[in-house]
Each structure stands twice: as C-alpha cells, then as structure tokens.
Design a protein around this ligand. Structure first.
Ligand SMILES: [Zn+2]
Length: 81
C-alpha cells in the first residue's frame, strides 16, 4: 500500500469531482438542443423612395421607413432577392 498524505488526498478528491462534473456536463450538453435562430424573409423591407433596406417585424402590410419616414407596402417576394 502506498502512502497518502492529506494534501494528496484532497487533491485527488477535488480532481475526481471535477472530472465527474466535466463528463456529466459534456453528457448533458450533447443532449441539449440549441435554439434555432431563423429570421423570416417577410421582416425585410426595402423602401421604394430611398431604397433603404431595413427590418421591421412588427408590421406586415405597411411599414414606415426609418430613414425617410415614407410608408411602404409589402413587395412581392421575388423583388426582395
Ligand atoms: Zn426610405
């Protein structure tokens, strides 16, 4: 049997606890699903007056341009590309 002083015992106890916590962390983190950040294309507006492109998710039909303050109707989807 090998000799074990107090500092070595504390060191082994702390290190084994940290290793167990680390592997538990890795195990549960692999299960967690990361949130998907999907931006809707409908939120992107292009001003018909000043051609400023901005994002407005609060309005769906008519939005006000933050740069020139003019109102814009929703453009067809193919013109936003
Ligand atoms: Zn504008």
């Amino acid at each position: 049997m090998f000799r074990l002083d107090v500092s070595m015992a504390v060191f082994l106890y702390v290190m084994s606890s940290l290793v167990i916590i680390f592997f538990l962390w890795i195990f549960f983190e692999r299960k967690a699903a990361l949130p998907q950040f999907v931006r809707e294309e409908a939120d992107v507006w292009e001003c018909t007056i000043c051609a400023y492109t901005y994002v407005d998710s609060t309005h769906h039909e008519i939005s006000q341009c933050p740069q020139c303050k003019s109102y814009n109707k929703k453009l067809p989807e193919e013109r936003l590309v």
